[in-house]
Design a protein around this ligand. Sequence first.
Ligand code: AMP
Length: 282
Amino acid sequence: MAHPLRIFKKNFDVREALNADRDRGVSVGFVPTMGALHEGHLHLIRQAKESCERVLVSIFVNPRQFNNADDLNRYPRNLEGDIKKLEDCGCHYLFAPDEQEVYQDEVKHNWNFGEGQRVMEGLFRPGHFEGMLSVVHQLLNILQPHHLFMGEKDFQQAWLVQRLVSRFHTATRFHLINTVRESDGLAMSSRNRLLTPTERQIASALPNVLFSLSEKTVNVPKNERLQMAIEQLTNAGIRPEYLEIRNEVSLNTLDQWSSDGGRIFFAGFVGEIRLIDNVRVQ
Ligand code: AMP
């Protein structure tokens, strides 16, 4: 190991380390996470390492962005395992604060980034985005990184954070990183480890349906196509909450199937576990 991982729990301490970096002109890349790290997170860290001299990961399971107490309680936590992974991939800093630390000095905002905040996850998880925006805003205020790396896996979240950054954190550059998938195509997620083996098997139908939906250029009206896919998912044992095609720049819904900036968005349940995914229309 070329350098040890430095772990911080306090705003003051992490700021001191980052200020020293900034004073020396060292670039800092930031990857916010909720822990239970997997290859998707590590991919973000590796991408950050390519363009930044120091990489900082945060692990904070933000209670405010959970609209369901059971989901928060069962969210996987494994700090020891995460530290090992961060050390192995050469991450420089870990910031693992508690709730009191993150939200001290908070100036409350009424987050409103328009319709894109209210659809899909905004509709099905009331309060989720407001909680997510609050914590990302706090973390960016505390850390003031040069670069911020987030995953396309949570596309609507990234869409909102891009707007947060361009309004409030103009010194930070936003990077959207592609989704890492399991060998059967299922998008990696901390929640996948909560699936039973049978549920995991069922979940593998999801990428199949999404990718064939994104590829086929058959002459079937949009709504019929989506309806057929919903039936395929339901028959496989998946319970969709939504399946939509939207423009990836505006997040406006599309009247017709379009490969020009069209993106398919899914959320739904396998057993008790809620999964989300999205793919670009080819
Ligand atoms: P989370 O810990 O789930 O809040 O995710 C932290 C960051 O990792 C977010 O920017 C996610 O979009 C990103 N991420 C989660 N899963 C993946 C994946 N499979 N591939 C790439 N990035 C991911």
